[in-house]
Design a protein around this ligand. Structure first.
Ligand code: AMP
Length: 174
């Protein structure tokens, strides 16, 4: 399977969730076993030698591949969730995104300074969500932050939001 094959499984939904947005719907790729295997293998190949100690997924579409990769790497999974969903004490950051604004939270005991962290989400649009996630993780003074997306919308230039010390990689570009 190639990137072009996977792209054939990603569905464009026009005007969702609001007028003017072309939503890259990955559910049509996730339901295909070969696409799922492609995502897992490509992510594993990118991160197997990086010394990752925790994989973070961003609610909710980041919760699909992050635990799969965590299992594959033999490390734990940590959720970053929308405000009000995590039960114990949290840190939080607010941010703007391609459509609307939001607050994300992370448990205060989720990470330690010795961690090497991979933060995963399904898609990079303006980068607001992932930049906020990086700001949350930086509060723990972890050793290194890697960032991964399945899909990056290059024309929105979200990549420019990240500091140079953060390693950002996407499997598929539009
Ligand atoms: P952003 O903060 O602008 O990078 O937005 C990224 C988040 O919003 C990700 O969690 C995506 O799931 C979702 N998202 C934003 N724009 C799109 C889009 N055009 N297609 C699919 N998902 C999107």
């Amino acid at each position: 399977m190639t990137i072009e094959d996977v792209k054939k499984h990603i569905r464009d939904v026009y005007d969702f969730p609001v007028q003017g947005i072309v939503f890259k719907d990955l559910t049509t790729a996730f339901k295909d076993a070969e696409c799922m295997r492609f995502f897992e293998e490509e992510m594993y190949r990118l991160y197997k030698d990086k010394g990752i100690t925790k994989v973070i997924g961003i609610e909710s579409r980041g919760f699909i591949m992050a635990p799969i990769l965590g299992n594959r790497l033999g490390v734990g999974f940590v959720p970053i969730r929308k405000k009000g969903k995590l039960p114990a004490e949290t840190y939080e950051v607010s941010y703007g995104k391609e459509y609307g604004a939001d607050v994300i939270q992370l448990h205060k005991d989720a990470l330690v300074a010795d961690d090497v962290v991979l933060i995963h989400d399904d898609l990079l649009a303006t980068g607001g969500t992932m930049k906020a996630a990086c700001d949350l993780v930086k509060l723990f003074n972890v050793k290194k932050i890697y960032v991964n997306f399945l899909v990056e919308l290059d024309f929105l230039k979200g990549i420019e939001k990240f500091d140079k010390d953060i390693d950002v990689k996407s499997l598929i570009h539009y």
